[in-house]
Design a protein around this ligand. Structure first.
Ligand SMILES: *[C@@H]1O[C@H](CO)[C@@H](O)[C@H](O)[C@H]1NC(C)=O
Ligand SMILES: *[C@@H]1O[C@H](CO)[C@@H](O)[C@H](O)[C@H]1NC(C)=O
Ligand SMILES: *[C@@H]1O[C@H](CO)[C@@H](O)[C@H](O)[C@H]1NC(C)=O
Length: 529
């Protein structure tokens, strides 16, 4: 039963068309009003910045590098670039240096023949990393851009953060995210706007925007982000790094804010690594997944020529979607040609209902129960709620309490996406059908190369107009599939481009392997300086 004509949601598409029109009118005005100059971040001077986590591990184990040194190198680098990026919410540099000294001390007291057991106990001993604020770092800020959570601190580590710490890694800070993670740009009234290292007038994306900016700037060895509708992969695209959204339920999302008691939350929302180095994704994903990591079977490697490459360079022609940027499509074609030359079978995929990705992802999110509202003070009466329209208006006249991006999305959710309950059910079922057909198509050895978004980083304050692009990323969340964003160089304006690699559930290693091969073939991360 098709709930509306042309097999699409009329009102949803109408809003997308409206946003497309608004974009044409508003974007030049916003850029002009902003009036800021494009700034370049300073170049990293210390060559240690260029070492991957695996290389740092090697050097620490062989006594060629001290944890204290690498931790200080990153602290200095963050201090150097943060005035340009505004990505740091709160740091713990002093404690991190103490942690590093403890790690170095452990190396010293353990006899050389005891080193192997030490490193299997602490596989990431002494490695600095950075954490998206929403992921929960014990004792540190977890405001997530909302006035009612002002000064709120995490009581405990998020599960994946706990596992990283238990593996010996050292957190340096918590980084910026939009209000309730409800935006694809990272600007809040409480902490200001986070900027893109490739062009400071542009957004680093969201919601893991602080991690995107720091990693893109070479100011983090690796980061932890979270992704419910592209929040790892969009910032990975905008900042030219790798970002892995694991298979649904692979990572525990305990401690994350926002969260919900709905058992499906972990299917859509996943925590995952963000890094300049594709080769680091497997070890980071494995540590963060804990006991669940065994399900990925990371130790048996697939021979490259046995990987089947499917690709799609758009999500179907419709008047409501914007066309995919030519450079992004070209990057997909390059990758297809590369794998064809490596002996892989390649095939253009035609997955039905991909053009309904927006309807599908919205309806899956709408069926989640008990998602918290930005408008309610958790310490007060749960029935007392600020008026959403009045609060929206205040963003344009007056003193706003909430960001218009979060209000816009909450309004959309309150309106049930302008869909009837029958429609929501219909799209939810379609989502299962899309999932089944992708799983059947990809099987054990297949991956799908697919755009992450239709364009590279937009200017700050223009992300809502690009809502249609979210369909590309959100389909992997709705279907619980693993997906890795792969950077593929810069376009002629110097902005990172790339695409995502999707696989069947628990075939995360295929995404990561394809990412690593493309990194060695095309160079991966390109510094913004
Ligand atoms: C972005 O929008 C917010 C909210 O309307 C406004 O306060 C801010 O000045 C805008 N920034 C730019 C750069 O246009
Ligand atoms: C790090 O690597 C990049 C890209 O290969 C290179 O351009 C840069 O000079 C290197 N930086 C340092 C400090 O060695
Ligand atoms: C989408 O899936 C439904 C079944 O859920 C099917 O009836 C419909 O034809 C599909 N639409 C497209 C455009 O393939």
């Amino acid at each position: 039963m098709v709930p509306s004509f042309l097999d699409m949601e009329f009102f949803v598409r109408f809003i997308l068309v409206l946003l497309n029109i608004v974009a044409i009118i508003i974007e030049p005005i916003v850029v002009w009003l902003n009036g800021e100059e494009k700034k370049k971040i300073p170049a990293a001077k210390n060559p240690l910045i260029n070492l991957s986590a695996n290389e740092v591990i090697y050097r620490i184990r062989h006594g060629e590098l001290k944890s204290e040194e690498i931790v200080k190198v990153y602290i200095d680098r963050i201090k150097e670039v943060n005035p340009y990026l505004n990505a740091v919410i709160e740091d713990r540099y002093e404690e991190a240096i103490k942690d590093a000294k403890r790690a170095d001390n452990m190396m010293e007291i353990v006899a050389p023949e005891q080193r192997a057991p030490l490193f299997s106990r602490y596989p990431l001993l002494g490695l600095p990393f950075t954490v998206k604020e929403s992921c929960a770092l014990k004792g540190m800020s977890q405001v997530v851009g909302n006035i009612h959570r002002k000064d709120y601190r995490a009581n405990d580590n998020g599960k994946s953060i706990e596992l990283l710490r238990a593996a010996g890694a050292i957190p340096l800070l918590v980084s910026g995210n939009p209000e309730f993670c409800m935006s694809w740009e990272t600007s809040t009234h409480l902490f200001g706007k986070v900027k893109n290292p490739y062009d400071t007038r542009r957004t680093p994306g969201g919601s893991s925007g602080g991690e995107g900016a720091l990693n893109g700037a070479g100011a983090s060895l690796f980061g932890v982000g979270s992704d419910i509708a592209g929040s790892i992969r969009i910032p990975a695209l905008y900042n030219g790094i790798f970002g892995h959204k694991p298979t649904g339920h692979l990572m525990s999302i305990k401690g994350h804010f926002p969260n919900s008691i709905d058992p499906n939350m972990g299917r859509y929302l996943q925590v995952g690594p963000m890094t300049r180095f594709a080769q680091d994704l497997p070890i980071l994903t494995a540590v963060m997944a804990g006991d669940e990591a065994a399900k990925m079977d990371l130790t048996t490697r697939v021979v490259t020529k046995d990987i089947k490459i499917f690709y799609m360079d758009s999500n179907g022609f419709t008047l409501t979607h914007k066309p995919v940027d030519f450079d992004i499509r070209l990057a997909i074609m390059k990758a297809v040609a590369y794998f064809k030359k490596s002996g892989c079978q390649t095939e253009k995929a035609d997955i039905r209902n991909m053009s309904n990705a927006i309807e599908i992802s919205m309806s899956t999110l709408l069926t989640l129960k008990d998602v918290p509202s930005i408008l309610v003070d958790p310490k007060g009466d749960p029935n007392e709620k600020d008026n959403i329209y009045a609060e929206l208006l205040k963003n344009f006249v007056g003193k706003p309490k909430y960001t218009y991006q979060a209000i816009f999305l909450e309004l959309f959710m309150n309106m049930r996406g302008f869909m009837s309950e029958t429609s929501i059910q219909y799209w939810k079922e379609t989502s299962d059908e899309v999932r089944d057909s992708i799983i059947k198509l990809l099987g054990d050895n297949g991956v799908l190369l697919f755009p992450t978004f239709h364009r590279p980083a937009p200017f700050i304050n223009t992300s809502i107009q690009n809502l249609a692009g979210v369909g590309f990323v959100a389909i992997a969340n709705s279907c619980g599939l693993p997906a890795t964003h792969v950077p593929m160089g810069l376009n002629k304006e110097g902005l990172p481009i790339g695409f995502q690699v999707i696989a069947a559930p628990y075939k995360d290693k295929l995404c990561m392997q394809v990412a690593a091969e493309l990194e060695s073939a095309y160079g991966g991360w390109v510094p913004p300086y």
